[in-house]
Design a protein around this ligand. Structure first.
Ligand code: SF4
Ligand code: SF4
Length: 256
């Protein structure tokens, strides 16, 4: 998801500092954090749909809602909620898909923020300790974590690698002229290529990369390559807005 004021999400944690956190079923807040908005990256979708043995078309139709970010114009995908307001994957003992849980669930209580300098293209990654979940009893207790240790304990390595590749797509999109970014056909093309990639590849198998990778990381490499190629073919891409527009920051976090 995209934001301008990431500072609203909490207190920045420097890489050499620690934060305290623990989470277990004995806490009275158990599962309350799963009533928030969970934004999925393409790699999250690749892992979840593999866990469920479905393709992206079935996964998105059954478990997700698709939206267009009103400010940036980029499509994004969130998990549906059940009637009780909790995540569609929350079972009586916690997350039913825990080993395939999405990036922002793995990062919690941290928010991972990626910002791109519009002039140099250099990316800055920061972490914030989320402050909105006042019901979360786990923040401020339990073991002290560095960001590195916490990310490793939550298996974030492959997620960060794939998500950072994916970000080339929205950051490139952000350089397109406003009217292209607001075009419904462009949104539809992007949604198909970036999120509904199984269906997209089946439909447009004429692309040079005809074999669909078995490996989820390789799938994101392919998604990135095809989408950047498609965006490069849009009529106005050769005439983007001047640099300096990259003010949106990508946020991997629960949304309250
Ligand atoms: S609210 Fe915090 S402590 Fe409670 S279950 Fe969620 S993450 Fe764990
Ligand atoms: S995917 Fe799992 S951990 Fe994430 S919000 Fe849903 S139930 Fe909770």
């Amino acid at each position: 998801m995209w934001h301008e004021n990431v500072e609203d999400f909490g207190q920045e944690i420097e890489p050499d500092r620690t934060f305290r956190f623990e989470c277990h079923p004995g806490l009275s807040c158990f599962g309350m954090c799963c009533a928030t908005e969970i934004t999925l990256t393409p790699y999250d979708i690749a892992r979840l749909r593999r866990h469920l043995s479905v393709d992206t078309g079935a996964f998105l139709a059954t478990y997700c809602k698709t939206c267009i970010d009103p400010r940036m114009g980029f499509p994004f995908v969130v998990l549906k909620h059940k009637e009780d307001g909790k995540c569609v994957f929350l079972g009586s003992h916690g997350c039913d898909l825990y080993e395939s849980r999405p990036s922002c669930c793995r990062n919690y209580p941290l928010a991972r923020v990626i910002d791109e300098d519009g002039k140099t293209g250099k990316r800055l990654i920061r972490y914030y300790l989320q402050q909105q979940a006042i019901y979360c009893e786990g923040i401020g207790r339990g073991p002290a974590w560095t960001i590195g240790d916490y990310c490793e304990a939550n298996g974030l390595g492959p997620y960060e690698k794939a998500n950072d590749l994916f970000l080339d797509i929205p950051f490139t999109f952000n350089g397109l002229p406003y009217h292209v970014r607001q075009d419904r056909e462009v949104h539809s093309m992007l949604f198909g290529a970036v999120f509904n990639f199984d269906t997209f590849f089946e439909k447009y198998g004429r692309f040079p990369h005809t074999s669909v990778p078995e490996d989820d990381h390789e799938m994101i490499v392919l998604v990135r390559s095809i989408t950047l190629n498609l965006m490069g073919k849009t009529a106005d891409f050769k005439n983007p807005l001047p640099p300096g527009e990259g003010k949106w920051k990508f946020l991997e976090s629960h949304q309250f």
